[in-house]
Design a protein around this ligand. Structure first.
Ligand code: AMP
Length: 215
């Protein structure tokens, strides 16, 4: 079992990059944000709990997160390769991930840090619109659909994530600085971190990531 961790603030391009890289290189994309949003939509116990935190831009407690990620990874086999997008987000999550991988004889092969200044993250998030049907991301200025509010690919309705409103984004960026940024030095110390400039267009980020993962 091989795990690639994508680190970076909200809006740094982790989800879009993972989606594009996944099919090309045979990785399974695990987005904890997407898993939680699905749980909220389904009204499951996890969803009901998670919703309270997500609305405020706070992190969902570690015990819930570890459980859903480990459960998801157990569905794979020893040859599965995972791209983790949005997990780990705290030191506790990182420690438990490492422990669980040791038990399964898996390893973290790469930690890729998608780095972009916070003003740019803010701009990307406030302008982000997502297709309700197929999940493709657009941006009101930089990646506009041909017809406003409608997905080019499938005709689905575009919407704004409730936590992509300015006040919640400020908190998410703050939470990232307080709880997640320390993971950068954790993996740097272990000699595992590769920094990638993610202030560039997504195609360029994808190319760099593919080059690294293809070795
Ligand atoms: P994302 O889609 O990655 O921006 O995540 C959206 C929200 O889901 C975050 O603001 C958190 O509330 C929650 N979330 C996602 N991943 C995690 C995680 N690893 N730990 C705690 N909360 C998370």
């Amino acid at each position: 079992m091989e795990v690639v961790i994508l680190l970076g603030g909200p809006g740094s391009g982790k989800g879009t990059t993972a989606e594009r890289v996944r099919g090309r290189l045979g990785y399974i994309h695990i987005s904890t944000g997407d898993m939680l949003r699905e749980a909220v939509r389904n009204g499951s116990d996890v969803g009901l709990k998670a919703d309270l935190y997500m609305k405020r831009g706070e992190l969902v407690p570690d015990d819930i997160m570890i459980e859903i990620v480990v459960e998801r990874m157990r569905r794979g086999n020893k040859d599965s390769k995972y791209l983790l997008d949005g997990f780990p987000r705290t030191s506790e999550q990182a420690t438990l991930l490492e422990k669980s991988l040791a038990d399964e004889k898996g390893e973290i092969s790469q930690v890729l840090f998608l780095d972009a200044p916070s003003e740019l993250l803010m701009k990307r998030l406030t302008g982000r619109r997502i297709c309700r049907e197929c999940g493709i991301n657009y941006h009101v200025e930089t990646m506009r659909p041909k017809k406003e509010g409608v997905c080019d690919a499938c005709g689905g309705e575009l919407y704004q994530r409730p936590d992509d409103h300015e006040s919640t984004i400020k908190n998410r960026l703050d939470v990232y600085g307080r709880q997640t940024e320390s993971l950068i030095s954790r993996y740097k110390k272990k000699g595992m971190l590769k920094r990638i400039d993610s202030s560039v267009a997504v195609d360029n980020i994808v190319n760099v990531v593919v080059d690294i993962l293809e070795g």
